[in-house]
Design a binder for this molecule. Structure first.
Ligand code: AMP
Ligand code: TRP
Length: 332
């Protein structure tokens, strides 16, 4: 059976970008068609300036939201990364395989590093090694497919390179995974800055739709979205990124096609209005279910506990094999 692994970092509240780029597919397709694992990858949240209590709060909230969105613990394994030691154990081995040059090339490292330096913060070593930990997340489970947004393509490529290299040098151990992306909305852009990705850790929330925003906030943010100075409604991601982003969002909500939808609208106002209502309806059940689940943290804890147990049992034998293949003495 196909094995699927994906994760979300608890660095901020989950956004519409997370939902359309990744989570919705996990719920609607991946958990039904494969043996799927989804993780709140909390170790990755420590790669930038962080507040311990906030990371803890956001980790629980992310897990609760994934359940609210429809992940079913009977169908998939949901767990918190730091509850399973094998991720860090395998990451070290992969650090012994990856080169300094290949991790420094990662676009996300360059961008986040530049941002940290500009804010007068130091750049943590873990920000550099982060894609190697991500590779360990994926490889520890013999993963075939990694359903992610566009921004993660480069990291999954690195994961593939490391798997192939390990297998060539030390004998076949890892499955070589591939990234999968949604047909539309693989990269939802910020509503205020349509040139950049809608990311949960941006300072200003005006261009970001959070899954827990209430309906009026969602409407307001979409009605105030930056559009372009052109005339008609056209689907042109380069020339007209603000409008194209709204068309992507609306077509993702309606399972439509952004080019076809562009022909339906005469004005930006009408497009915004329909997009706002579609997003409100898309998120309504998630918000309602989240409120119910948040009232029962013991249930969420139990899901995470049993998820970690299952994940550990899957990862442990494979990581043990990698330890032996690379030349370490078995513990006996
Ligand atoms: P992160 O929030 O960086 O942990 O991302 C979790 C998942 O959501 C990854 O698969 C990302 O590729 C995806 N994702 C995050 N932001 C966006 C976005 N703006 N558009 C599409 N996918 C996204
Ligand atoms: N790096 C991913 C992101 O920023 C999160 C992540 C960590 C991940 N480990 C993963 C995604 C393994 C897929 C598989 O979105």
């Amino acid at each position: 059976m196909t094995r699927i692994f994906s994760g979300v970092k608890p660095t901020g509240h989950l956004t519409l970008g997370n939902y359309l780029g990744a989570v919705r597919r996990w719920v609607e397709a991946d958990q039904h068609k494969a043996d799927a694992l989804f993780s709140v990858v909390d170790l990755h949240a420590l790669t930038v300036e962080h507040e311990p209590a906030r990371v803890r709060r956001l980790s629980r909230q992310a897990a609760t939201l994934l359940l609210a969105a429809g992940l079913d613990p009977e169908r998939c394994t949901l767990f918190v990364q730091s509850h399973v030691d094998e991720h860090a154990r395998l990451s070290y081995l992969l650090e012994c395989l990856a080169t300094d040059g290949e991790v420094r090339r990662m676009v996300q490292y360059k961008e986040k590093g530049t941002r940290a330096r500009a804010a007068g913060e130091s750049v943590r070593l873990s920000l550099l090694t982060y894609p190697v930990l991500m590779a360990a997340d994926i490889l520890a489970y013999g993963t075939d497919e990694v359903p992610v947004g566009d921004d993660q393509t480069q990291h999954v490529e690195l994961t593939r390179d490391l798997a192939v290299r390990f297998n060539q040098r030390y004998g076949h151990t890892f499955t070589v995974p591939k990234a999968t992306h949604p047909k539309v909305a693989a990269r939802v852009m910020d509503l205020q800055e349509p040139g950049s990705k809608m990311g949960k850790s941006h300072e200003s929330g005006a261009g970001i739709i959070y899954l827990l925003d209430d309906a009026d906030v969602v409407r307001r943010k979409i009605m105030r979205a930056v559009t372009d100075s052109g005339q008609g409604v056209e689907y042109d991601r380069a020339g007209s990124p603000g409008v194209a982003n709204l068309l992507d969002i609306l077509s993702a909500c309606e399972n439509g096609n952004p080019e076809a939808l562009a022909g339906v609208y005469q004005s930006y106002g009408a497009l915004k209005k329909d997009t706002a209502e579609a997003v409100v309806e898309l998120l309504r059940p998630v918000r309602e279910r989240h409120a119910e689940l948040a009232a029962d943290p013991a249930y969420v804890d139990e899901v995470l506990r049993s998820g970690a147990r299952r994940a550990r049992d899957m990862a442990r034998p494979l990581v043990d094999r990698a330890y032996q293949a690379i030349g370490l003495l078995p513990a006996g």
